[in-house]
Design a protein. Structure first.
Length: 159
């Protein structure tokens, strides 16, 4: 069986980060996703409002770097959830369970901070990751910056 979905849209509000009773982080947010076609009667594109849930490190990444209005690309699976409302009526909701979340805009386009890349359940995925420095070169700084100064640069270009 195959259950894979990729959506791109803008966050309708800031992500809400919660923790389960065992302390597992979970973030929920809603994406406004425009349809590709215009309505014949109004001439405007309709918008779908899609609920997304992210778990663990992906949840922490989303809650830290995404804010209302930021463009996000979400890769995951569609999940149907049954629940009972306050009046006792049985309801069903569809939501996307995010495996990977990426920035869909640049830092300049979105008002929040960040970088081009994303986060998945396994860790960082996407964007540029600097290779390990060969021996003789300085180690990357401890503050998490991916780039380091060359310690023995002779100023000569290799070509």
């Amino acid at each position: 069986m195959l259950n894979r979905i990729i959506i791109m849209g803008r966050l309708a509000r800031d992500p809400e980060l919660r923790r389960t009773q065992t302390g597992t982080p979970v973030a929920s947010f809603r994406l406004a996703v425009d349809r590709d076609f215009k309505d014949k009667s109004t001439g405007e594109k309709a918008t779908d409002w899609i609920d997304v849930v992210a778990w663990r490190s992906t949840a922490e990444f989303v809650s830290r770097f995404f804010t209302k209005g930021r463009m996000a690309v979400v890769e995951g699976r569609l999940q149907m959830r049954d629940w009972t409302d306050k009046d006792g009526n049985k309801r069903t909701s569809a939501e996307v369970v995010a495996d990977n979340v990426y920035f869909g805009d640049s830092k300049r386009d979105g008002e929040g901070g960040g970088y081009s890349g994303g986060y998945s359940q396994g860790g960082y995925s996407g964007g540029y990751s600097a290779p390990a420095a060969p021996s003789g070169y300085g180690a990357p700084p401890a503050d998490g910056d991916q780039f380091a100064e060359l310690s023995d640069d002779d100023g000569e270009l290799p070509f």
